[in-house]
Design a protein around this ligand. Structure first.
Ligand code: WQD
Length: 349
């Protein structure tokens, strides 16, 4: 990597769950990172956790990415970087149904600011945080990148679809830009150091934080949302991807764009599924968590959750072959790390 500009990555939304893990992996791979985050759904202690793991300070700017002028003055004018990873978005599916405008405003405006300033400052490379939610319930599984997207079943999902399309059209019109959208399946777990992890505010919506909080005694009981699906044990199937493996996918995506020569006009906009390729049921996951951690997770079968798809998992061939990336961590280790993090946060043991 020739210049400092090429070596530096702006991580927008870098204080969040996936942003912190990605920052660690970037720094360990030799990149410099600048974090921009408005801390609307994150805590400065997460950045301190990153610094503790990497053993040095990481430039942090508290700024709302929707604020174009502030982002220009405080980030784009001050730091040299040639790549941006854009995580800055709201992500609660249920909340997005209740408050769609909040989601459209925040998720689309922040992306617009980033794209506008990338154009203005001739920043070349963008990695975008997309989601398997864009597939809805696919007719055929596993879902490949060619699987048709279906109408999003939440405003949150719609912002991911619209963001992908905005990026595709922007890149098509700006010859110096390249972008990679990573469609995450179900990110779970925590850094093995237990210094960073997922810290949901209020009652968790997602399965693994609910499991760890139940095991810790913060929640009384886990509700399994449905055991009458057309799956082997009746509970839903998902593709649970370790957050550290997911973080590494961002590093290889940046590597790919940094390393492509400027004149190489191969696919300037690319999409990759990031998952394990292995379907796991809710009941299997709970059982494995209890076994590897030796701790009970009181649970009961409850009604289906509206909006849930029955089953989805990733075809990972494209990420394997083109990015040279694959999920490496064992699910049991991931669930151990999730529990170690929860225990540290709660001051248990
Ligand atoms: C997983 C499985 C539930 C909680 C969502 C978004 C997606 C992405 C990740 C993020 C399902 C079951 C859950 C509980 C349960 N978004 N479950 N009891 O719904 O696959 O994906 O989060 O930013 O876009 O849609 O993930 O973790 O909520 O659920 O039985 O208390 O666990 O029904 O089968 P989901 P999840």
């Amino acid at each position: 990597m020739a210049s400092n500009k090429r070596k530096t990555v702006l991580v927008a939304g870098g204080a969040g769950y996936i942003g912190t893990h990605t920052t660690v992996e970037l720094i360990e791979a030799g990149y410099d990172v600048v974090i921009a985050d408005n801390l609307s759904n994150a805590d400065l202690s997460a950045v301190q956790g990153v610094e503790r793991i990497v053993g040095r300070s990481v430039p942090f700017v508290q700024v709302d990415c929707c604020d174009l002028d502030a982002l220009r003055q405080e980030v784009f004018e001050k730091y040299p970087f040639d790549s941006v990873i854009h995580f800055a978005a709201y992500k609660a599916v249920g909340e997005s149904v209740a408050e769609p405008l909040k989601y459209f405003r925040n998720n689309l405006d922040s992306l617009l600011s980033v794209l506008t300033l990338m154009k203005e400052f001739e920043v070349h490379n963008l990695v975008f945080s997309s989601s398997a939610t864009v597939y809805g319930q696919p007719d055929e599984l596993p879902a490949t990148e060619q699987t048709p997207r279906q109408r999003a079943n939440s405003p949150y999902g719609l912002t991911k679809q619209m963001s992908e399309d905005m990026i595709q059209d922007t890149v098509a019109a700006i010859p110096f830009m390249r972008a990679i959208a990573l469609r995450y399946f179900n990110p779970i777990g925590a850094h093995p150091s237990a210094w960073i992890g997922e810290l949901p505010k209020g009652v968790p919506n997602n399965l693994v934080p609910f499991i760890t909080q139940t095991a810790a005694g913060v929640r009384k009981e886990l509700a399994i949302f449905g055991d009458d699906y057309a799956t082997p044990d009746g509970s839903c199937l998902r593709d649970y991807i370790d957050v550290v493996d997911l973080a590494r996918a961002h590093v290889v995506a940046v590597d790919r764009m940094v390393e492509l020569p400027a004149e190489d006009d191969r696919q300037r906009y690319e999409i990759f599924n990031i998952g394990t390729g292995r379907p796991v049921s809710v009941l299997e996951l709970v059982d494995l968590f209890e076994r590897v951690n030796g701790v009970p997770v009181p649970h009961r079968i409850a009604a289906r959750r509206p909006g849930d798809v029955e089953k989805i998992w990733a075809a990972t061939d494209k990420a394997n072959e083109v990015l040279g990336w694959r999920a490496e961590r064992e699910l049991g280790d991931t669930l151990r790390a999730a529990w170690a993090w929860e225990k540290r946060v709660r001051g248990l043991e």
